[in-house]
Design a protein around this ligand. Sequence first.
Ligand code: MG
Length: 375
Amino acid sequence: MLAGYAVHVEQSRGRRHPEPQHPYRNDFQRDRDRVIHARAFRRLEAKTQVFTRRYSDHFRNRLTHTIEVAQIARTVAAQLNLNVDLVEALALVHDVGHPPFGHAGEKALDTAMRRYGLFFDHNLHALRIVEDFELRYAAFRGLNLTFEVREGIIKHSRDYDGKEFPELREYSLEQLPPLEAQLIDIADEIAYNTADLDDGYESRLLSLDQIRAGVPVFAGFLEEVEHLYPHAIPKLQFNEALKRMLNKFVGDLIENTRGQVRSAGIRTVQDVRACSRRLVGLSSEVERERAATKRFLYNSLYFSEPLDPEKNDAERVISELFEFWTKNPDRLPPSYRQKLREEPPARVVCDYIAGMTDNYIQERHQQFLAVVAKF
Ligand code: MG
């Protein structure tokens, strides 16, 4: 049973190019499946989340991170009687706009673009992917997703100013997105805050004592687990504590959101859209714990010295290739050379690089080095 404030698929504002109904999948289920069958989605497997393959094959990559976000978001959505199909489509698509090499790659690409007075934004890039770059249908470019999924891509994590982004006017930027879209950002945060502790510990870049000292919510659960399972090996005690932390965040998100929806008197999607603040979120106590966890991860893991070489590598590879192709656009593949008629070289090169996997960009960089060596 869907809540009154959930998005009902029958009331979808539909697709750009009208299509006949499918006999046994509704429009949001079809959008979810279109995302799963997209090239950009498959490429997530070879894109870095935090750790490159140098560390281990069983750490998260962008694809497995995405699946974890979908799992958390579906659980919460079902408890709140939101539209689980829409939530799943939005969770699965939420990171398709990310370039290779994780956060370092995103920063390097943005820095390169700013030299040309442009910028890189992964949400806007994701919209370009689903609207234009994916070629699967004879009748139109892109995936022809419903309005609600495209809107969620743009609005799930930040508010865009309509004056600055007139091209997004159709998404009514002055209104908040439905709860289904609001949920994605916090599910993402919960997923990576806990997963990165896990991979950080497993990689030995974070020790148990360090996590205990830096993440109070985890320390509390670890103490409880040490009493419960005094003879278990530390990794299993770690897992038990982390699981409890994840459950606490998700449980709080469900309860707190339910309370906020109730106290704001929300009954319909229109109420959600017109509300003055986002309603999906953690209670202030748990939000403080989550923020502390994130701070710890930034200081002790993301910006730790052992990860520096790969970040520097990412920056060098991206900036060198970006410079090379913007100065020698005739070296781009034919499909991208064609786009030069409509867009500045920097934008075309940015689109090309952003779509690459970590492996592919490394390969292209090796070829670039070989070309440069000849001159
Ligand atoms: Mg994410």
